[in-house]
Design a protein around this ligand. Structure first.
Ligand code: PMP
Length: 411
């Protein structure tokens, strides 16, 4: 983990070096940090294969498999010959299901022909959004702390990420004046995520309006990552920034099923964007990937198209209980504060009272107690002093993990 941590906590440390025969690896990847969340999860898997009983709270993957009724539709699609490429934009039926979902759950009237593109989950949506709207040398404002893949993705395409601190004393939100101060002539977009990874903040319509004002005043796109939008707690409701006044023509909304339907392995999501951006995304998808997998779209059609039934809503309720349990237990540890997130399924534990850095504690937890978590510093400098803990593991893992946290923090 030492190497992982080094490479994920700062840009100064290089990623993969030259190939064995000395041929170059491009600078864009040599200079990129690895994904802390994916790499720690891979390391935990490796340790498990070696027989170490690791409890893995690192990557944002729930214990549950995809609900059966969704799997059945996809396997029937495969067996009935739905094995060929689809339109680059995605099957019309899948896009219509996405539009139904947007109307039913988000109050958005989307034209499935002109405003929706199928994507390989939200990461691919982000790639298409950045490539469609940001020229090399142009800037994208993003959150610190924020999702680990945002800044590297922007840099891969020659863009410049401009992190703006979230304010812990304001519930991990931006201050409007900080946002305004970060805008330059080269700024093209504001990228943000609500419900937020890692802090769990869920923006109210008024908070979204502050972001919208800055975007409108400076004629910027907003790229809104809404991957956790179906899971908000304690009566909060998700609002899409695209529904706020004057935002329809400048919002690129990214949604996916990785988290909320436990469909991470399917690589399925969509982007809802203004028609010129959708046209650009289709051209990109034609060249980069041809299309999203046909049977994944068949499963996605059910998971987005149908009103969520008990298989999904029951799972979300169970997740809420697990988050409450896990955060409650962590919050009771000496030197640790871990409130229930407003949405999403991560505990964002303030560990400043323990006297250790996030990296020191994460490393000690893995090495000595076989518990994998993500050090907050992996999400940006403002994440220092925190650990991110995925709360939707099995009840058994949660119980085991809590015991190990207790041993580690007491020690
Ligand atoms: N955005 C955020 C905020 C995430 O937390 C994740 C997964 N950790 C992703 C995007 C990646 O989504 P997908 O698997 O759908 O590409």
């Amino acid at each position: 983990m030492a190497q992982t941590a080094k490479r994920t906590t700062g840009d100064e440390a290089p990623g993969p070096g030259a190939s064995p025969d000395g041929l170059q690896i491009a600078r864009r990847i040599r200079e990129a940090p690895t994904s802390a969340t994916v790499q720690i999860a891979d390391e935990a898997k490796m340790l498990r294969r070696e027989g170490v009983d690791v409890v893995d709270f690192s990557a944002g993957r729930a214990a549950e498999a995809t609900p059966e009724h969704i799997c059945r539709v996809a396997s029937e699609a495969l067996l009935s010959g739905d094995t060929h490429q689809t339109m680059a934009q995605g099957k019309p039926e899948y896009r219509e299901a996405c539009a139904r979902k947007l109307l039913r759950e988000n109050g958005i009237e989307a034209d499935p022909q002109r405003e929706v593109v199928a994507t390989f989950g939200c990461k691919n949506g982000l790639t298409l959004a950045v490539l469609s709207t940001v020229n090399p040398g142009e800037e994208v404002i993003l959150e610190d702390p924020g999702f680990v893949s945002y800044a590297p993705t922007i840099r891969f395409f020659g863009g410049v990420p401009v992190p703006v601190p979230l304010r812990p004393d304001q519930g991990h939100r931006w201050r409007e004046e900080d946002l305004r101060a970060a805008v330059t002539e080269r700024t093209r977009a504001i990228l943000f995520c609500s419900p937020h990874n890692p802090t769990g903040a869920v923006h109210t319509p008024e908070e979204l309006d502050a972001i919208a004002r800055v975007a409108r005043d400076h004629d910027l796109y907003v790229i809104s990552d809404e991957i956790y939008e179906r899971i908000t707690w304690d009566g909060r409701r998700h609002t899409s920034i695209a529904t706020r006044p004057g935002m329809e023509g400048r919002s690129i909304t990214l949604m996916g099923l990785t988290k909320t339907a436990s469909m991470g392995g399917w690589r399925i999501g969509f982007a809802y964007a203004p028609p010129p951006v959708v046209d650009a995304m289709i051209t990109l998808q034609q060249h980069l990937a041809t299309c999203v997998g046909s049977f994944a779209q068949a499963g996605g059609e059910v998971a987005f198209g149908e009103e969520p039934g008990p298989a999904l809503t029951g799972m979300w309720k169970e997740w809420e209980d697990r988050c409450r349990f896990m955060c409650g237990e962590l919050d009771a540890l000496p030197g640790v504060s871990c409130p229930m997130p407003e949405g999403g399924f991560y505990g964002w534990a303030d560990i400043r009272g323990t006297g250790e850095t996030s990296l020191e504690l994460a490393e000690r937890l893995l090495r000595d107690h076989h518990v994998a978590v993500v050090p907050g510093s992996a999400f940006g400098p403002q994440g220092e002093g925190y650990l991110r803990i995925t709360c939707v593991k099995s009840r058994e893992d949660l119980e085991k993990g809590v015991q190990r946290f207790k041993e580690a923090i007491r020690a």
